[in-house]
Design a protein around this ligand. Structure first.
Ligand code: HEM
Ligand code: SF4
Ligand code: SF4
Length: 513
């Protein structure tokens, strides 16, 4: 009962978030174009900001004095005397760290809203949760190193907060009571955490994308250059500065907080530290469980049929989730290799079936059974759907669309819609077959927006296959005027309908000519 209520609440939040993203992204898409829309590159931007933080951090370390007595002065030297280089690096270090928080929070909310964390997608989510903790540990330890009044506030608040945990023998906040009790021990520990924390974080970021073949870790070039230029301009206009030297004999009356990293600290004034730990721990547990709230019944993974496999490895090359491996042949065939499926990684996207050269509807003898396909969404059944009788006024348009979009709405406008787990499951020979055998006057492929495929690479591979740039190619004889490719956000029903009507008009004109 409780699980059901939480599941319903999660679904409600998901829908509201998806709507909010959709509206906001429309504006960004208008301003930046589909490919450069930052919302479709949030994970890649996370990597990008990480590298900016790391590179600027290495530069700062050259001039930074790691002893507590001289740290402040060394940061002041960088900020004021070397404002054009180390000062710029300091500002970039801060602004890229803040930007990292923003893009990672948006990234996780977006993955959540689009449901890309359930079933066999859970791995990235589960490895993402500790990444959040690492980002905060690295950020907070960084503010500590400046040893200004903000650092003093953080040092005292953090150690008092840590003292509410039954871990330390004697209160660690005692280190920061006044200038005489101040020791360099904790400061050295912070320097250590601030250097090794980001290295562990990098390792975790690498683990995070292990189930993604060819993960997108670089944003589009123009987006990367534009973002960096904006941050450099911001760094010169509003350079990062310190807030007066720390002095433990005085209590800082007011400090300016970086709300991206330090938002939890003011809460300590109203919530007891122990209780705040419990809330944060509870949020982390709830967050980790989200992929199973409610649990998803996964579709069966892809199945290999060795009788029809020649070991060409196209399925292996195209699988977006690293679910396939090519291993030595086990059936005594003359081919060297065969694919094997790792069911734990397979998201049942069907893209491998679209890449297999044996997935062709032109075969006549016996039922179609390609080298690899989804057992509950076979290529034979796809052919049956294609040849099924369909009536429409005007040109007969066959639409292949993704189940994750609302492409089915085109049915009410007379389209013969076939939904697939991903358009990447469509072998190009089906387009040829539909047109050559007059099962359709035109074929429309309606997939996710560029760079934003639910199954990561399905739209990219389809574009390349249809353009004759990736195996299996669409045959040259196909009249391209009768093929319409549409890459739109999943809920862009009106724009998809408009594209459909334009295609219908174009087909009518071709037939009338
Ligand atoms: C430093 C922080 C992070 C970075 C740099 C990062 C980066 C990335 C990248 C590059 C991808 C692959 C994009 C692609 O090629 O399709 C990805 C996917 C993903 N990330 Fe993150 N991420 C971060 C944190 C998080 C967090 C905190 C969460 C959630 C708790 C999360 C959840 C996901 C999910 C659900 C996916 C997609 C999984 C799928 O499609 O199967 N990430 N991330
Ligand atoms: S169905 Fe998708 S994830 Fe599974 S093996 Fe095929 S391409 Fe890979
Ligand atoms: S694409 Fe088809 S024929 Fe080639 S290795 Fe994969 S299953 Fe075998």
């Amino acid at each position: 009962m409780a699980a059901g209520t939480i599941g319903a609440a999660v679904a409600l939040i998901k829908r509201a978030l998806a709507r909010a993203f959709s509206r906001t992204e429309k504006v960004f898409e208008y301003a930046f174009g589909q490919r450069n829309n930052p919302f479709v590159s949030l994970g890649a931007l996370g990597w990008y900001f990480y590298w900016i933080v790391a590179a600027s951090g290495v530069y700062l370390y050259i001039f930074f004095d790691t002893g507590i007595t001289d740290a402040y002065a060394s940061v002041e030297y960088m900020t004021h005397d070397q404002w054009y280089a180390a000062g710029l690096m300091r500002s970039l270090h801060r602004y890229a760290s803040d930007a990292l928080v923003v893009v990672v929070v948006l990234h996780l909310l977006r993955e959540f809203a689009h449901d890309r964390m359930r079933g066999r997608h859970f791995f990235a989510w589960l490895t993402g949760v500790p990444l959040l903790a690492f980002i905060y540990i690295c950020g907070i330890s960084g503010y500590w190193l400046v040893w200004d009044q903000l650092a003093q506030y953080i040092a005292l608040a953090t150690t008092e907060w840590l003292d509410t945990l039954p871990v330390f023998g004697e209160p660690i906040a005692n280190n920061f009571l006044n200038n005489t009790t101040l020791g360099g021990r904790f400061f050295t520990l912070m320097v250590f955490i601030h250097i090794f924390g980001p290295l562990f974080m990098l390792l975790l970021m690498w683990v995070h994308i292990q189930r993604h073949s060819g993960a997108r870790v670089n944003p589009p070039k123009s987006l990367a250059i534009g973002t960096l230029a904006m941050m450099v301009a911001l760094s010169f206009a509003y350079p990062a500065v310190s807030q007066g030297p720390a002095d433990l004999d005085m209590v800082p009356t007011s400090v300016g907080l970086d709300w991206y990293y330090l938002a939890a600290y003011p809460l300590l004034d109203v919530i007891p530290g122990g209780q705040l730990w419990l809330y944060i721990f509870g949020c982390f547990v709830l967050f980790s469980l989200l992929p199973w709230l409610p649990p998803e019944k996964p579709a069966p993974p892809a199945l290999v049929n060795l009788d029809n496999c020649n070991g060409c490895a196209r399925c292996f090359d195209d699988c977006p989730f690293g679910a396939l491996a090519m291993v030595p042949r086990t059936d005594g065939h003359t081919y060297d290799l065969e694919p094997i499926v790792n069911p734990a990684n397979c998201t049942s996207c069907g893209i491998c079936a679209g890449s297999c050269p044996t997935s062709t509807p032109f075969r006549r003898a016996g039922p179609i059974q390609p080298g690899i396909e989804l057992p509950d969404r076979t290529i034979g059944a796809l052919r049956d759907e294609l040849v099924a009788e369909h009536r429409s006024d005007g040109p007969h348009i066959l639409v292949f669309g993704c189940e994750t979009s609302n492409v089915s709405e085109l049915r009410q406008h007379g389209a013969h819609v076939i939904e697939l787990p991903c358009v990447g499951m469509l072998p190009p020979s089906f387009v040829d077959f539909a047109l050559a055998r007059r099962h359709a006057d035109g074929v429309m492929i309606a997939g996710c927006a560029e760079g934003d495929c639910f199954h990561r690479l399905g739209n990219e591979w389809t574009m390349a296959r249809m353009a004759g740039e990736r195996d299996p190619y669409l045959r040259r004889r196909v009249d391209k005027r009768r093929l319409s490719l549409n890459w739109l956000p999943r809920d862009a029903a009106r724009r998809r309908h408009k594209a459909f009507e334009e295609f219908r008009t174009a087909l009518t004109e071709i037939d009338d000519a």
